[in-house]
Ligand binder design. Structure first.
Ligand SMILES: [Zn+2]
Length: 406
């Protein structure tokens, strides 16, 4: 979903009923969308235009906007659709990999504007009630490049990239990664402010460790969700401290486990992203497996993680979904394999994650994600299937979509 940036408009008294209608329309749209792939038409073409289904509570280190919890704007009423409750037992989630607004995406933004990097996938992302990504760059023109890292691995994303995040309906981003502090505290401050101003929830980095560990809270179709993130990959000086800006450090996993336990007391669902693993490895290591299980034992409902720059397998533990690495999503990565990616979609509700599917994308020129069909779709989904098979997960490809059975 998207459009919380518009939610600060004064609401008409009928907004709740109209929101209910819009929620129903979105639900129907998602359902149709899920069932569509056999038809041979790319599902994004039929995806509903986004109407907000979620409201964020900015748990930011910078002051949250005063009305961040405002009721979302109403859709145009549809005469033939009867009003329905604004809540639903389930909601849909789309999860994606690393977003980088430097290098190729920066060139694309300069040529075609801030929305261009995600324009080809925006309707697919907006079709979900809740969309989650890893923001692997800052959004800033300020700061000084950090020392102790190779120059080609220091990024500062074009601040205009925020338009890609909002126009594609990304609701939550993780900032817990090995690039959040590439340009120091000033660039982090700009990034936090840009996300807060746009109404995008974020977690995993802040102006001190308390802020870095604060989960992002969001309400989707009447359900509260806490997003907890931390990184196991970082230059040591990226760590947040009592009076030091930085990231939430997830190694050892104990503090993240405690954060999940605390979040579970505040929210109905807890979604976790940990930045971990080995670059270009398709197999989660023993530490990832152990830590994912510890997070689920502590109450995590889903683990959606990042860093290896390729897709690792899809797994479950105690019936809870684990994506060990979602790979790159907006990234001019150096290898063909690192440009294969997916939009991981599922329904979250009392039965956990159900209707799990993968929409294949390829990161083409500028590292821009483009939905794939035919042989390219099969190649991407085949790779995901082979990584997932050792975990007992099967993936059936039908109509360019991967249907995932853990
Ligand atoms: Zn990383």
């Amino acid at each position: 979903m998207s459009g919380r940036q518009h939610s600060r408009r004064p609401q008409p008294s009928s907004s709740i009923a109209l929101f209910a209608i819009s929620a129903l329309v979105i639900g129907a749209g998602w359902f149709a969308y899920t069932l569509m792939p056999e038809g041979g038409r790319w599902p994004g073409a039929g995806a509903p235009s986004a109407t907000p289904a979620a409201t964020a509570t900015a748990e930011a280190s910078t002051p949250p906007v005063a009305d961040a919890t405002a009721t979302p704007p109403a859709a145009e009423p549809t005469a033939s659709v009867a009003p329905a409750p604004a809540t639903s037992p389930t909601f849909t989630v789309a999860a994606i990999g690393d977003l980088l607004f430097d290098l190729g995406p920066r060139q694309l933004i300069a040529a075609k504007g801030g929305k261009a990097p995600l324009a080809k996938v925006a309707s697919l992302l907006r079709a979900a009630d809740l969309t989650i990504a890893n923001l692997e760059t800052t959004l800033s023109n300020r700061g000084t490049a950090v020392t102790g890292k190779p120059a080609n691995l220091i990024f500062n994303g074009d601040p205009r990239g925020i338009a890609s995040i909002t126009s594609s309906g990304i609701d939550l981003v993780s900032l817990a990664n090995n690039h959040a502090m590439d340009h120091g505290r000033p660039a982090l401050i700009d990034t936090l402010a840009a996300l807060d101003k746009a109404g995008v929830g974020h977690a995993g980095a802040g102006l001190d460790s308390k802020a870095a560990w604060k989960p992002a809270l969001i309400t989707v179709k009447g359900h509260t969700i806490a997003y907890v993130t931390a990184t196991q990959i970082l230059p040591a000086h990226f760590a947040s401290g009592t009076d030091r800006a930085g990231v939430a450090v997830g190694r050892p996993i104990s503090r993240a486990v405690a954060a999940v336990r605390a979040a579970k007391k505040k929210a109905e669902f807890v979604i976790v992203s940990i930045h971990w693993g080995i670059e270009q490895s398709y197999t989660p290591n023993a530490g990832q497996k152990r830590d994912a299980r510890a997070l689920i034992d502590a109450g995590a409902d889903v683990v959606l993680s990042h860093h290896p720059h390729v897709m690792q397998g899809i797994d479950t533990y105690k019936g809870k979904l684990i994506a060990y690495s979602l790979g790159n999503f907006l990234f001019p990565y150096k290898t063909v394999e690192g440009r294969k990616s997916i939009i991981l979609r599922f329904t979250l509700g009392p039965k956990g994650a159900t209707n799990i599917t993968a929409v294949p994308v390829y990161l083409g020129q500028w590292g821009r994600p483009v939905p794939q069909t035919g042989a390219s779709a099969r190649s991407i989904l085949g790779k995901l299937a082979s990584s997932s098979k050792p975990m007992g997960t099967s993936i059936t490809i039908k109509g360019d979509i991967g249907y995932i059975k853990p």
